[in-house]
Design a protein around this ligand. Structure first.
Ligand code: SAM
Length: 302
């Protein structure tokens, strides 16, 4: 008879019975729309918790009632955190099982809880994850944009000058950008993004896991014009923007020139153009023109 073996590193471990949560802080992800996304493990931890720390007790109360879970709730948000945190930490130090949730998605991701987690660690209190939905990862996964490197921005500043300054910082990051935005600000943020980042490829992902879920793809300017024509979209939004290499802004131009110089030093003009055009996903004609200019510069300076 085969003997049950212990899972080795990298293999998933599947406990046979329901997990009995141990003392400590449990960071529990909850659905971002579809209630079917609350994991069995999240339910077990919430049902066993001595205290559930949440943003809005009405929102979490509704979720728990739906699953027949009764729990002691305590609200924890931006405004009361400094006052409430010491009491939560004191309970944890007395050995309580405390679950941290937010209104939706993964706590601490553009949501409260970071300082609570940090201070729990500082006191030697175990902190465990009950992973699950997060709008940022869900949007990225359906965006059709590169996922090998991405940068999570969260919300952009509401005021235009500050927003453009933040976008200018983002312009230099060689990664896909994931941005949360409110429906009433999305058109102006898309215009600003097109202006500061360059008219990159993007995906606007709306109402993930809900009835009207959609993923609109196009250039930033195109998406902005559509929204301006149609009026603000309803519901919740995540904007995912392709990395600079997909379109080419100033940073890209410099990188493209550098790649061309390097390729021209070791192969023919034709091969250098083909290689760089493929790598930067640019039309060969355009790269050819740039290569001729670089060759001309080299001849003039020699
Ligand atoms: N902690 C949450 C998470 O992990 O997804 C994010 C909380 S943040 C305060 C809320 C923002 O997340 C919304 O304004 C929206 O940008 C995005 N979001 C949340 N649920 C969403 C959904 N179902 N579809 C699209 N975006 C969503």
């Amino acid at each position: 008879m085969p003997r049950a073996s212990r899972p080795s590193a990298g293999e998933p471990s599947a406990p046979e019975g329901p997990e009995q949560p141990r003392a400590g802080l449990w960071v529990v992800a909850t659905p971002i729309g579809h209630l079917g996304d609350l994991s069995p493990r999240a339910r077990a931890v919430l049902a066993a918790a001595d205290l559930v720390v949440c943003e809005d007790t009405r929102v979490t109360g509704r979720l728990l009632r739906h699953f027949g879970i009764t729990a002691r709730l305590r609200s924890y948000h931006e405004h009361n955190a400094p006052r409430v945190r010491p009491a939560i930490l004191a309970e944890l130090e007395r050995g309580a099982v405390v679950a941290l949730v937010s209104d939706a998605g993964t706590p601490t991701i553009a949501d409260p809880g970071y300082r609570l987690v940090r201070e729990a660690h500082a006191r030697g209190i175990p902190v465990r994850a009950v992973p699950g939905p997060s709008a940022a990862i869900a949007a990225l996964s359906v965006s059709g944009l590169p996922t090998d490197r991405f940068f999570f921005q969260g919300f952009l500043p509401p005021r235009r000058a500050r927003r453009r300054a933040v976008l200018a910082e983002l312009a230099r990051i060689p990664a896909t950008l994931v941005i949360y935005e409110a429906p009433h600000r999305i058109a102006e943020s898309l215009w600003d993004a097109a202006r500061v980042l360059g008219d990159r490829e993007a995906a606007l992902v709306r109402e993930i896991t809900k009835l009207h879920e959609e993923c609109r793809r196009g250039r930033l300017g195109e998406l902005a014009a559509r929204i301006e024509a149609e009026g603000p979209p309803r519901g919740e939004l995540v904007l995912v923007v392709a990395p600079p290499a997909a379109v080419g802004d100033e940073v890209d131009e410099a990188a493209l020139d550098e790649a061309l110089r390097e390729a021209l030093a070791r192969c023919s003009l034709r091969d250098a153009v083909a290689e760089v055009a493929d790598r930067f996903q640019r039309p060969r004609r355009e790269v050819y023109r740039r290569a001729l200019a670089l060759v001309g510069e080299r001849v003039r300076s020699s």
